[in-house]
Write a protein that binds this ligand. Structure first.
Ligand code: NAP
Length: 246
């Protein structure tokens, strides 16, 4: 389905990004596995893709660093000529109640989740425009749709990702580029494992389908939005949340 396509997945060393990278590779794409700190984990993702018969490389880049994202775009185009699928998945949390939230924690989350997405969009859209084709999928969150107590910074960043997605979709549609967002609910990963037990239980109670999501649930939605099956869909937010945002 994606044979001949090159994909970049940010934050693909672990969790949801790792599963997205493996899924796109399993469907024929060559995948660049971006990471920031977890070099070994990123190399493990690449190894798992290769063992399954796919092809991938790891690339270190802190997406909150605009210059580094520009360099990544240059390096990848030079090495692989084209990037056809961009998945902006890298994300962090620094949870805390509003009154006690430091400006540093607010900025760190916005810098990675929102500005990180802006940086790669800005640098890669130049190539996508020349190609007159491309699929961009930004990972938002149910918190960006509903808000969440203790996650003012995270919810603001993920709501911002939705605005960015819709604006980019309008800007790039004329050149045949699709830009969509996926909004996961509660998915079991390192990120949610770090939450207090009580918070996880209260989230579970809010899921109509009655279970936490799996990384594969999100990866399948991303695969659809990266494939020609979604050619007539742009500027949309696809919730993968077991019904949390109904
Ligand atoms: P995770 O397990 O904590 O993994 C986060 C990934 O992002 C890691 O690969 C990490 O790489 C990378 N990353 C973090 N900061 C980065 C930076 N500055 N530059 C490049 N990569 C960076 O998180 P996850 O649960 O898989 O979440 C993935 C995405 O889904 C995030 O955007 C998150 O907000 C979103 N999401 C998750 C859930 C959930 O329930 N899990 C729900 C809704 C939305 P290194 O380790 O190499 O730094």
């Amino acid at each position: 389905m994606l044979t001949g396509k090159n994909a970049l997945v940010t934050g693909a060393s672990r969790g949801i990004g790792k599963e997205i990278a493996k899924t796109l590779a399993a469907h024929g794409a060559f995948v660049v596995v971006n990471y920031n700190g977890s070099k070994e984990a990123a190399e493990e993702t690449v190894a798992e893709i290769k063992e399954a018969g796919g092809d991938a490389v790891a690339y270190c880049c802190n997406v909150s660093d605009d210059k580094a994202c520009g360099q990544m775009a240059q390096d990848l185009i030079k090495a692989y000529q084209h990037i056809d699928i961009l998945v902006n998945n890298a994300g962090i949390t620094r949870d805390g109640l509003l009154m006690r939230m430091s400006e540093e924690d607010f900025d760190a989350v916005l810098d990675t989740n929102l500005k990180g997405t802006f940086h790669t969009l800005r640098h890669f859209s130049r190539y996508f425009l020349k190609q007159r084709a491309g699929k961009i999928i930004n990972i938002s969150s149910v918190s960006g749709i509903l808000g969440n107590a203790g996650q003012a910074n995270y919810s603001a960043s993920k709501a911002g990702v939705i605005g960015l997605t819709k604006s980019a979709a309008r800007e790039l549609a004329g050149r045949g580029i699709n830009v969509n967002a996926v909004a996961p609910g509660y998915i079991t990963t390192d990120m949610t494992d770090a939450m207090p037990e009580a918070a996880r239980e209260s989230l579970l109670a809010k899921i109509p389908l009655g279970r936490a999501g799996r990384t594969g649930d999100v990866a399948k939605a991303v695969l659809f939005l990266a494939s020609p099956d979604s050619d007539y869909i742009t500027g949309q937010v696809l919730s993968v949340d077991g019904g949390m945002a109904i």
